[in-house]
Design a protein around this ligand. Structure first.
Ligand SMILES: Cc1ncc(C[n+]2csc(CCOP(=O)(O)OP(=O)(O)O)c2C)c(N)n1
Length: 883
C-alpha cells in the first residue's frame, strides 16, 4: 500500500469498515449473491457519480470468470465425451493427411480443430439446439474437418465423403470450409472469409429479435459463433459489437478460440489478446466470460493466498505463453513458476509430468460447460466466452503451440503414435499408418451417447433444412398500375421503384414480408414517407418526441417498426439484408429484403459480404441507387459508380439489371418477386436505379420476355441504305435515341435502337447457347442477341458503366462491335458535361457510328472528318481514363 493510501486507511474507523462488510454479508444472506451484486453495482454507480471511484482497468485478472465454487455440477459423462473427442480429433487429422497424400496439394488444417474440439463438443453435447427450432451456429471455418468427423460418427456422412475432403468436383466431395452453396443440406453460414462470420452472426441474432418484435415469428433460437482470436483483428469482426449490446441481443453467444496464434505467429506476441478482447467486448457492453485455466489449476489457485499466480500471469506475454505451451513440464517449472518464489512453492509437490498436464480452460469440459450455461442464462446482453486453448493441442512436437502449427498437414508415424497414446485411442499401428478412419460400432456407448445427446437437443447440427413457403405477389397492374397509363410526366427510375414498393408494402400478404433497409439514405431516395408509414425498427420504441412530430412524415421509431435504418453502416445493412434474405432457409419463414443504397457503396464497399450472401443462396433485392458515373451529377470520384455492374456480373446466382425505363424496371421487379417469393427460385437481384428525371413509355407486357433476357428492339429506325445498331442501358440509352435522330437527320443513316436492360443477362444467355452449340454442332441455335439483332450492321453499345460492361457481349456476334463506357475516375460536374467528358453522349455515339461505317467501308473519310471537326474533337486529346 502506498504511504498516501496507508495514511487514509489509518484515519478510518476500523469498526465502520467492519460494519460495511457485515452489512454486505447480511445482504447476501437475505437476498442472495444476485441481490448483493445489484446493491454493489448501485453503490459503484453512485461512487462514480461522486467521483469517488475512478474507472477501473478495463479487464479483470487473468483467471476464470467463473470460480470452481460457482461452476456447478457437470451434467455429462466426461469419460465418454473425452473418448468421442479423441476419435473426432483422429478422424479430422486423418482426413487432412489422407487428402494430401492421395491427391496432393489440396491443403487443409489440423491445428485449428485440435484447439477447439472441446469447445465444439460442449456445444454439440449440451447446447446447440437442432430440429425445427435449430440454433444458428457459425463454425470456425478451418475447423470444418472436426464437424465432418462428427457427422461421420453420427452416420450423416460416409467414409467416401471423408475420403473426398477438398475433392469437390467429385460427387461426394466435402467443402474445404463451410459453404452452403456447395453443401446445400449441411452448412448454413459461410465463414471462410474471416471477419464476415462474426458480423453476420450479430445481424442474424438481431434479425431474430426483429421477427419477434414485429410479431411475425417468435422463437427461442440462439446464435452461436465460434471464431478465432486472430480473426478478431478483422475490422468487421468487431464492427457489430456495440449494436449487439445496444439492442440487448441476449440470444447471441460468441466463443473465441484463444489459442493465441494465427497463421504466421502469435496474435499478440508482446501483449495479451485475451485481456485486449475482454476490454473491447466489455467496453461495447457485452457480458465477458473468461475460461482460461483447466480444473487441474483449481487446487493451485486455492493455495495461492497472495495472488502470486495472477502476478505471473499478468507478467507473461502471449509470445511467452506460446513457448511455454510448446515446451515440457520442466521448462514450465523453470521458466514460469520458477520466476516467482511463491508461485514455485505452490507447485513444489507436483511432478514435471503433472505440470505438463496442467490444461488450458478451453480444453476442459467442466469449465466450458459452466461458461456456456452462464451465457445462456445471461439476460439483456450478448455474451462472449474467451476460451484459452492451445493451437495443435495433442499434436506434440509436430504442431502443439508451434509457430508452423497452422500450416502443418501431416504427422510422421512416431507423432501419430504419440497422438494415439495421448488420447488413448484404440487404433493399431497398421491402421495409423494407413490413416484409417475410426468409427465405433453403432451399439457402442460412444455412438449411442452422441446420438442420444443430439436427440435430446432436437436433432443433428449443422443441417440446412427448411420448408419452402410460397408467398403470393400482387399483380403488376396493382403494384405498378400508374405505369399502365400513357403519361408525359417526368420522374426517375428511383422514384418509380419506390412507388411500386410503397404499393407492395400495402399488400396484405407480401407487404409485411418486405424488409426495407437503408444506410442513412432514405431521404436521398425519396423514402422519407416510410418513416411514419411503416415505422423504423427500434427494440426500445421511441423514447423521445421527434423534432418533426407535427409533420405527417415524422421520424417514427417503434418496436414493431418495419424499416431497418442502419445508419452510416453499409456492412451492417448488407448483413441485415443477408439475414432477411436467408430467413426462408434459416427459419422456413420467407422475407423479402429490399436494401437500397448508393450504388458506389455496394459491391465496391461490401463486395465480400455480398459474395458470402450469394453462398447462402439469398432471396431479395439489392438496389444500387444514384447509379451511373455521369448520371449522378455533381458528386465526385468516390460517389460516381461506373463499375458495380462488372462486380455483379461475377456472381453466378445474382441477376443484375440496368434498365432505362420505369416500365422495364417494373417488369423486372415483378418477375423477381414472383420467382423468389412465389416460386422460391434460388437467385437474387441487383437493380440499378437513377435520379435523372424523364418520361417513360407505358408497360407493354408483350416485351416482357425480351426485357428479362436483357434487351429488346425498342424502335426500328432503319432505312433502305446504311444502318447501324445502337444499344444502350440505363439513362444512357436516351443518348442513343438522340443519336438516332442526328444520324437520320444529318447523315441519312438508319438505326435500330435496342434498349439493353442487362448486358450481364445477355452475356449469360450467349455463353450458355455457345456451349450448347459446341456440344451439339448439328443443332446450332441462335442466342438472344442474334434473335433480336437479325442483321450484320455495326453495333455501338453504351452504358453509364465502364467499357468492359458493354464489351461482355461483343464476342457473341459477328457484327462489328464498338463498346463505349465511362472508364476513368468520376468528377463533379453537370450530367451534360460528364457525358461529353466520358465520351458517351449522343454526339460521341454519332461519331463512333460514323467511324464504324468508315472502317467497314460504308462511309467516306471526308464525311467522318467533317463530323469530327464540326463537333470540335481534338486529334491530340487524352482519353478520359488518363485524365
Ligand atoms: C479475410 C481472410 N484473410 C485471410 C485468411 C487466411 N487465413 C485462414 S486461417 C488464418 C489464421 C486464422 O487465425 P485465427 O483466427 O487465430 O484462428 P486459429 O486457426 O488460430 O484458431 C488465415 C490468415 C482468410 N481465411 N480470410
Amino acid at each position: 500500500m502506498s504511504s498516501e493510501k496507508q495514511n487514509i486507511f489509518d484515519h478510518l474507523d476500523p469498526e465502520e469498515i467492519q460494519e460495511w462488510i457485515q452489512s454486505l454479508e447480511g445482504v447476501i444472506q437475505r437476498s442472495g449473491r444476485e441481490g448483493a451484486k445489484t446493491i454493489l453495482e448501485a453503490v459503484e454507480q453512485r461512487a462514480k457519480e461522486l467521483r469517488v471511484l475512478y474507472s477501473p482497468l478495463p479487464y479483470s485478472p487473468y483467471r476464470n470468470t467463473i470460480s470452481q465454487h460457482d461452476q456447478g455440477v457437470y451434467p455429462g459423462d466426461l469419460a465418454i465425451e473425452e473418448k468421442i473427442t479423441a476419435i473426432l480429433r483422429w478422424n479430422a487429422l486423418a482426413m487432412v493427411m489422407k487428402a494430401n497424400k492421395n491427391y496432393g496439394g489440396v491443403g487443409g488444417h489440423i491445428a485449428s480443430y485440435a484447439s477447439c474440439a472441446e469447445i465444439f463438443e460442449t456445444g454439440f453435447n449440451h447446447f446447440f439446439k437442432g430440429g425445427k427450432e435449430a440454433d444458428l451456429v457459425f463454425y470456425q471455418p478451418h475447423s470444418s474437418t472436426g464437424i465432418y468427423a462428427r457427422a461421420f460418427l453420427e452416420g450423416r456422412l460416409t467414409e467416401n465423403h471423408l475420403n473426398n475432403y477438398r475433392h469437390e468436383t467429385k460427387e461426394d466431395g466435402l467443402s474445404s470450409y463451410c459453404h452452403p452453396y456447395l453443401m446445400k443440406d449441411f452448412w448454413s453460414f459461410p465463414t471462410g472469409s474471416m471477419g464476415i462470420g462474426p458480423l453476420s452472426a450479430i445481424y442474424q441474432a438481431r434479425f431474430l429479435k426483429y421477427l419477434e418484435h414485429r410479431d411475425l415469428k417468435k422463437s427461442n433460437k440462439r446464435v452461436w459463433g465460434v471464431f478465432g482470436d486472430g480473426e478478431m483483428d478483422e475490422p468487421e469482426s468487431l464492427a457489430g459489437l456495440s449494436l449487439a449490446a445496444r439492442e440487448n441481443l441476449d440470444n447471441l453467444t460468441f466463443i473465441i478460440n484463444c489459442n493465441l496464434q494465427r497463421l504466421d505467429g502469435p496474435v499478440r506476441g508482446n501483449g495479451q489478446i485475451i485481456q485486449e478482447l475482454e476490454s473491447l467486448y466489455k467496453g461495447a457492453g457485452w457480458n465477458v466470460i473468461k475460461v482460461l485455466w483447466g480444473s487441474e489449476w483449481d487446487k493451485i489457485f486455492l493455495m495461492d493466498k497472495n495472488h502470486s499466480l495472477l502476478k505471473r500471469f499478468a507478467e507473461t506475454v502471449d509470445g511467452e505463453y506460446q513457448t511455454l505451451g510448446a515446451r515440457d513440464g520442466t521448462y514450465n517449472l523453470n521458466n514460469f513458476f520458477g520466476q516467482n518464489e511463491e508461485a514455485l512453492k505452490l507447485v513444489s509437490s507436483m511432478t514435471d509430468e503433472e505440470i505438463d498436464k496442467l490444461k488450458r480452460g478451453g480444453h476442459d469440459f467442466k469449465k466450458l460447460y459452466a461458461a456456456f450455461k452462464m451465457a445462456v442464462e445471461t439476460k439483456g446482453k450478448p455474451t462472449v466466452i474467451l476460451a484459452k486453448t492451445k493451437k495443435g493441442f495433442g499434436m506434440g512436437k509436430a504442431g502443439e503451440s508451434r509457430m508452423t502449427a497452422h500450416q502443418a498437414k501431416e504427422l510422421n508415424l512416431e507423432a501419430l503414435k504419440e497422438f494415439r497414446n495421448r488420447f488413448q485411442l484404440d487404433i493399431s499401428d497398421h491402421k495409423l499408418e494407413n490413416l484409417e478412419f475410426y468409427k465405433p460400432d453403432e451399439n457402442s456407448e460412444e455412438i449411442k451417447y452422441m446420438k442420444n445427446r443430439r436427440e435430446n437437443l432436437g436433432g443433428f447440427v449443422p443441417q440446412r433444412k427448411y420448408i419452402n413457403i410460397p408467398i403470393e405477389v400482387p399483380k403488376i397492374d396493382q403494384h405498378s398500375k400508374y405505369l399502365f397509363e400513357k403519361s408525359d410526366r417526368e420522374f426517375s427510375t428511383t422514384t418509380s421503384l419506390i412507388r411500386s414498393l410503397g404499393n407492395i408494402l400495402k399488400d396484405k400478404t407480401l407487404g409485411p414480408k418486405v424488409v426495407p433497409i437503408v444506410a442513412d439514405e432514405a431521404r436521398t431516395f425519396g423514402m422519407a414517407n416510410l418513416f411514419s408509414q411503416i415505422g423504423i425498427y427500434s427494440p426500445k420504441g421511441q423514447l423521445y418526441e421527434p423534432e418533426d412530430s407535427s409533420s405527417l412524415l415524422n421520424y417514427k421509431e417503434s418496436k414493431n417498426g418495419q424499416l431497418l435504418e442502419e445508419g452510416i453502416n453499409e456492412a451492417g445493412a448488407i448483413s441485415s439484408w443477408s439475414a432477411a434474405a436467408t430467413s426462408y432457409s434459416n427459419h422456413s419463414f420467407p422475407m423479402m429484403p429490399f436494401y437500397i443504397f448508393y450504388s458506389m457503396f455496394g459491391f465496391q464497399r461490401v463486395g465480400d459480404l455480398i459474395w458470402a450472401a450469394a453462398d447462402q443462396m439469398p432471396r431479395g433485392f439489392l438496389v444500387g441507387a444514384t447509379a451511373g458515373r455521369t448520371t449522378l451529377s455533381g458528386e465526385g470520384l468516390q460517389h460516381q459508380d461506373g463499375q458495380s455492374h462488372l462486380f455483379a456480373s461475377t456472381i453466378p446466382n445474382l441477376k443484375s439489371y440496368d434498365p432505362c425505363f420505369a416500365n422495364e424496371l417494373a417488369i423486372i421487379f415483378d418477375e423477381g418477386m414472383k420467382r423468389m417469393m412465389r416460386d422460391h427460385i434460388d437467385e437474387f437481384y441487383y437493380l440499378t436505379v437513377y435520379n435523372e428525371k424523364y418520361s417513360h413509355p407505358e408497360i407493354n407486357l408483350s416485351q416482357k420476355n425480351d426485357i428479362l433476357k436483357g434487351g429488346y428492339l425498342f424502335k426500328d429506325n432503319s432505312i433502305n441504305g446504311i444502318n447501324v445498331n445502337l444499344m444502350g442501358s440505363g439513362p444512357i440509352f436516351r443518348e442513343c435515341i438522340k443519336a438516332s435522330e442526328i444520324l437520320k437527320n444529318e447523315f441519312s443513316i438508319g438505326t435500330r435502337l435496342y434498349s439493353i436492360t442487362s448486358y450481364t443477362e445477355l452475356e449469360k444467355n450467349c455463353k450458355e447457347i455457345k456451349r450448347q452449340n459446341l456440344l451439339n454442332p448439328s443443332n446450332i441455335k441462335k442466342n438472344h442477341l442474334e434473335d433480336i439483332l437479325k442483321n450484320n450492321d455495326p453495333i455501338i453499345a453504351t452504358s453509364d458503366y465502364v467499357r468492359s460492361y458493354t464489351q461482355m457481349i461483343s464476342s457473341y456476334v459477328n457484327n462489328k462491335f464498338v463498346p463505349m463506357g465511362t472508364d476513368g475516375f468520376g468528377r463533379s460536374d453537370t450530367r451534360e458535361n460528364l457525358r461529353d467528358f466520358f465520351e458517351i453522349d449522343s454526339k460521341h455515339i454519332v461519331v463512333q457510328s460514323l467511324f464504324s461505317l468508315f472502317e467497314t467501308q460504308k462511309l467516306s473519310l471526308d464525311i467522318l472528318e467533317k463530323a469530327l471537326k464540326s463537333y470540335g474533337f481534338q486529334s491530340n486529346s487524352d482519353h478520359p481514363w488518363k485524365r
